[in-house]
Design a protein. Structure first.
Length: 317
């Protein structure tokens, strides 16, 4: 009898899941109205067209966009705001937030939210997650405005979050690509970040992993400050050539493992500045002006795998 009960659970769930089909959300209709009229668990198919923003998703629904479906914020502060658990947004193009503030997507105090194959462009911040848990940001494209980086927002900003997965996103023309701001238990994997100040910025962050990312042509590939318990592995960090920049800078942080990364053609590949109890091992340094730079006290274990064509291998300040 107990086995039969567990078998019936998915059937009951399906019976109470309503799908609102695409013909109900044409471009001439208000997308917000369709969201307001939906029930928890509904799947809304958004057909091709331009929909006026901003919109607020305040219930657990799926928003699946057909190619060419666009939400245009027309200068609103937040184009799409999510304030509900178990929201799934896929395939949508989101554009035109306000200048100097706001974001393409704000996820606020929500859990189990997924953004997938979303294109976000001409915005200040791309995705801003505030106090979210178990958030998945997957296969998205985020493009800021073509202005000086000091006037841009971040591509993905995680404020006081836990359990966020950032995977296979393409981010460019932002201030910082991925910013961890008091974030815990974060996975950053297979992303590509270019044309930013810092590709990945860790600030008071704790316990996570960054692996297989490509960070190229930024001022800094990675900037880690006052953070701890991270594993950084198998990343390609290349062409951070600004005289102020580094492939990676570990500052006042502890218990960091950096392994099997490739530092290629950076001004300074890796700088350790009061980095405590860190293991830097099996990394590859190719064609950097300086491979390693050490400042202040750094009780580290450093094991270098390969060093090719370095003008200066180790610089102690």
């Amino acid at each position: 009898m107990r086995s039969l009960f567990f078998l019936l659970i998915p059937i009951v769930t399906l019976l109470f899941t309503k799908t609102v089909y695409g013909e109900k959300i044409e471009a001439h209709k208000q997308l917000q109205q369709a969201i307001d009229e939906a029930h928890a668990g509904d799947v809304l198919i958004v057909k091709k067209g331009i929909y006026k923003g901003p919109i607020i998703i305040h219930k657990p629904i799926h928003l699946i966009a057909e190619p060419g479906a666009v939400v245009d914020g027309e200068g609103s502060e937040y184009v799409v705001t999510i304030r509900a658990p178990r929201v799934h947004v896929e395939g949508l193009t989101i554009r035109n937030s306000a200048y100097g503030k706001g974001a393409g997507v704000l996820i606020q105090k929500s859990s189990h939210v997924t953004l997938k194959h979303v294109r976000i462009e001409h915005v200040h911040y791309g995705v801003y997650v505030e106090k979210g848990t178990n958030i998945n940001l997957l296969n998205n494209v985020i493009r800021g405005r073509d202005i000086h980086f000091a006037q841009r927002g971040n591509g993905i900003h995680l404020l006081k979050t836990s359990g966020v997965v950032v995977r296979e996103n393409h981010i460019s023309r932002v201030q910082d690509g991925i910013y961890l701001d008091w974030a815990k238990h974060t996975m950053i994997e297979k992303n590509e970040v270019t044309n930013a100040r810092y590709a990945i910025h860790f600030m008071y962050a704790e316990d996570g992993m960054a692996k297989e990312n490509v960070l190229a042509e930024n001022i800094n590939g990675m900037m880690m400050m006052m953070s701890k318990q991270f594993t950084i592995g198998y990343n390609t960090i290349a062409k951070q050539l600004d005289y102020r920049g580094y492939g990676a800078l570990i500052y006042d942080s502890e218990h960091v493992v950096m392994h099997n990364n490739t530092f290629r053609y950076n001004s300074t590949a890796l700088s350790l500045q009061n980095a405590r109890h860190c293991h830097v091992k099996d990394n590859e340094f190719i064609g950097n002006y300086r491979a390693l730079h050490s400042l202040y006290e750094n009780p580290n274990i450093i094991v270098v795998k390969k060093v090719h064509h370095q003008k200066l291998y180790l610089h102690l300040s």
